[in-house]
Design a protein around this ligand. Structure first.
Ligand SMILES: O=C(O)C(=O)C[C@]1(C(=O)O)C=C[C@@H](O)C=C1
Length: 268
């Protein structure tokens, strides 16, 4: 199984991907992971979707709205960040924007004067620290190797810090089996009560929603694409009936059915 995820090697995405594929390749853009699976170049892609402190990874949500792929599994993994550098004196902290945000409290308290630099991934930040002794990185402590020191561990602002990743597959592998299902809905309409109408088909059938997220459609201001996750499988009649209602409501737009899947909790 060949999988594509966010690199270079050593990212949290890499750690999650190891749970589903033996051959892992890297790119530094989430959109190209989704495109790589949609184009058939990779069997699997793994992208971060949501963090318990910082919320949605919007680049991933937007890429899922733009490409035809299936979600075949969800991986939840704890995120425990370390501060890595060549020495305790540094001027810059480089990491993924999500990781910098997850450690905002620690950085404000312990290193209020450093400059924060957002890079493509935590592992890219580690490479910056490896090349430049004025740069520290935030990432998984195992990235230290022989040339970086772990200056502090568990620096995330909450110990419960966890990120949810989705495992993507070509659309031909979309499944109806699984305890959760995901949809992306673009009604291409804007009127009072539209969101209520989109959610009622699930409420009426006693289907619990685990997430609703609105993202700008990019078409015009105030126009949205809705990402809806539910705790029910597409194999269930109630989910199919709710989906039929949603498709009718989105007759002027579109509905993308990402599929049904189960959740794996991965510790590393
Ligand atoms: O940079 C990484 O290591 C990633 O895998 C990306 C990412 C993210 O986008 O949220 C994944 C998990 C952590 O929340 C921090 C960063």
């Amino acid at each position: 199984m060949r999988a594509l995820t966010l690199g270079p090697a050593g990212t949290y995405s890499h750690r999650a991907t190891r749970a589903v594929a033996d051959e892992v390749e890297f790119t530094e853009s989430v959109a190209s992971i989704v495109a790589g699976v949609a184009d058939g170049a990779y069997d699997r892609g793994v992208v971060p979707i949501e963090n318990s402190i910082e919320g949605s990874v919007t680049e991933s949500l937007d890429a899922l709205a733009d490409h035809e792929v299936a979600v075949v599994e969800e991986i939840v993994t704890p995120i425990r960040h370390a501060l890595l550098a060549q020495s305790p004196s540094f001027d810059v902290v480089a990491s993924h924007a999500q990781a910098l945000a997850q450690c905002r409290g620690y950085l404000d308290a312990e290193h209020p004067d450093v400059q924060l630099e957002a890079v493509a991934s935590t592992a890219r930040g580690v490479e910056r620290a490896r090349e430049d002794d004025t740069v520290a990185a935030i990432g998984h402590p195992d990235n230290a190797g022989d040339d970086l020191r772990v200056l502090a561990e568990d620096i995330q602002d909450r110990t419960s810090n966890a990120t949810r990743f989705v495992v993507l597959a070509p659309v031909s592998e979309r499944s109806e089996a699984g305890g959760k299902s995901s949809f992306v809905v673009y009604p291409n309409r804007n009127y009072p009560g539209l969101l209520l109408e989109l959610l009622e088909p699930f409420a009426d059938r006693d289907i619990n929603l685990s997430r609703v997220e609105s993202r700008p459609s990019g078409e015009r201001l105030g126009d949205y694409v809705f990402h809806i996750d539910v705790e029910a499988g597409l194999y269930e009649d109630r989910t199919q009936d709710a989906l039929a209602d949603i498709e009718a409501l989105a007759e002027h737009g579109w509905v993308r059915v990402l599929g049904s899947y189960d959740t794996a909790h991965v510790l590393y």
